[in-house]
Ligand binder design. Structure first.
Ligand code: AMP
Length: 490
């Protein structure tokens, strides 16, 4: 038996030598087999792996690595994770796998998986993910949410779906209208549970829970776990549930070029406009504002300057927010101005630049903001505007980053300053600093000279008994205490 030729005796005698020759050639050219994609270790079906490959994922994220095997064992799961950790794929992929394995045929006006989310944006985002991963299967997904006509949604449910992604209010509406039934649910996912409770959905959730069949697999996700959320989780999950916690995976800071401009508060809008005018490569720009009014003002200024932009924040209607987000995703607008709360949970790919128009109060918020760019191995740029009032925030950020943020191109700042009338020119940070120093020096000269005090008799007063300034005052040659000691006064 020749191990190289195999067990086939009919193979010609030269074959082993040829094979060995090819092996040596391969070795000399350093051709190696392409390593297996890590997702293959997770034992998912080929259509799912194909979709993962097409989505450009090379490796599972930590939550995917931990959650997928647990869910494939049909266990309940409590996941403490935020958006951006890859948690959608962590629950969508095993659910799709199990749906494919069980192969149960769907019934009309029924669904097999229910994913509950608090907002329309998140529901659309999650439904898009399910569709993306199930692209090469026959699995059907529908998404229902309020604020729009229910007719197309009812039509989508008519013949039943495998996955239904819903917001609680519209789901209860359609259940009441008998457009959907939950009696065939096999998988129930409650996502963003903390936000659900913040938004007052607890009664709707309890109502929906009471309609679910007892035998089902439950998945519970929340970014935070205060006691009321823990209670809710325990009331939903089966006793042997597993808990998985992942810290937010920020985009590695090395992938993001960070810069800071020291600029006056009132000159920030001029600087933003100038940068956008002179840098056409800033094509998908996310600007963070601390306040809702600020976000509106920035967006209006940019629109007036002919830069297509929109603002999203809590005061905007769902429809307006969805429209702005959709236009930004499809690059119909170049700039999206957002507050931190409005931007939470929103996922937009290929953001070229993130602007911190106002510096955030917490360094973690800074990390979250800049993590919107430089995703999936792409280069990203984060530019911060720091006014003199914000230098403490900057210091905190630099401390967290363990580096000093490099300063942006000063010629742009000079150009802007040159266009301003003289009296409105702001002092920059350096100027303020040097002024402070100048102010300090005359004070230093004022301090009493050493030799004066050295010649005078020492006072035996404990430094614990009096503060430093009082001690200084008593040490002055003409002070009452000294004169009393010398017996000049009583
Ligand atoms: P999520 O936390 O589910 O909102 O996901 C955040 C982003 O990560 C989405 O844009 C996903 O497409 C992306 N993503 C999820 N899993 C992976 C992965 N394994 N590799 C790269 N990107 C991923």
């Amino acid at each position: 038996h020749n191990p190289i030729a195999g067990s086939n005796p009919a193979l010609p005698a030269q074959k082993p030598r040829l094979r060995r020759g090819f092996f040596l050639l391969q070795k000399s050219l350093k051709i190696r087999k392409v390593p297996k994609m890590d997702f293959e270790k997770l034992a998912l079906k080929q259509p799912l792996l194909r979709a993962i490959r097409e989505a450009g994922y090379s490796k599972p994220t930590p939550i995917q690595e931990k959650a997928i095997p647990v869910l494939l064992q049909k266990k309940d799961l409590c996941g403490i994770a935020q958006t951006g950790t890859g948690k959608t794929a962590a629950f969508a992929l095993p659910i799709l796998e199990l749906l494919l394995i069980s192969g149960v045929i769907r019934a009309s006006k029924c669904c097999r998986t229910l994913v509950l989310l608090p907002t329309r944006e998140l529901a659309i985002q999650v439904a898009d993910c399910f569709e993306k991963y199930a692209k090469f299967t026959a699995i059907k997904t529908a998404c229902i949410f309020g604020g729009v006509s229910d007719i197309p949604q009812k039509r989508a449910l008519l013949h039943g779906v495998d996955v239904l992604v819903a917001t609680p209010g519209r789901l209860l509406d359609l259940i009441a209208q008998k457009s959907i039934s939950l009696k065939q649910i096999e998988f129930f996912v409650l996502d963003e549970a903390d936000r659900m409770l913040d938004m007052g959905f607890i009664h709707d959730i309890r109502k929906i829970l009471s309609m679910l069949p007892a035998h089902r697999q439950n998945l519970f996700f929340s970014a935070t776990m205060p006691s009321d959320i823990v209670d809710l989780a325990k009331s939903i999950l089966r006793k042997d549930y597993e808990t998985i916690e992942v810290v937010p995976t920020f985009t590695p800071v090395e992938c993001i070029t960070q810069k800071v401009f020291h600029v006056g508060r009132k000159q920030k809008s001029l600087l933003l406009k100038e940068l956008l005018f002179t840098h056409p490569e800033m094509n998908k720009v996310l600007v963070f504002s601390r306040t809702k009014h600020g976000a509106n003002r920035i967006s209006e200024t940019l629109s007036k300057a002919g830069i297509a932009s929109a603002a999203i924040h809590g005061n905007k209607s769902q429809t307006k927010r969805q429209e702005a987000l959709g236009n930004f995703k499809t690059e119909q607008i170049r700039v999206l101005v957002a507050t931190d709360i409005a931007a939470r949970g929103i996922d937009v790919d290929n953001v070229s630049h993130v602007f911190n128009y106002d510096l955030p109060e917490l360094p973690e918020t800074y990390m979250h903001r800049i993590g919107r760019t430089g995703r999936a191995g792409k280069e990203g740029v984060a530019i911060s505007f720091c006014s003199p009032e914000e230098r403490f925030e900057l210091k905190a950020i630099e401390k967290a980053l363990k580096m000093k943020l490099p300063e942006g191109d000063s010629s742009i700042l000079e150009k802007i300053l040159a266009t301003l009338p003289k009296e409105s020119k702001p002092e920059n940070y350096q100027q303020r600093k040097s002024k402070k120093k100048k102010f300090k020096s005359p004070k230093a000269q004022e301090t009493p000279k050493k030799e004066n005090t050295e010649n005078s008799p020492k006072l035996e007063v404990s430094s614990l008994e009096m503060g430093k300034s009082r001690k200084k005052r008593r040490n002055r040659p003409g002070s009452r205490a000294r004169r009393r000691l010398r017996g000049e006064i009583e």
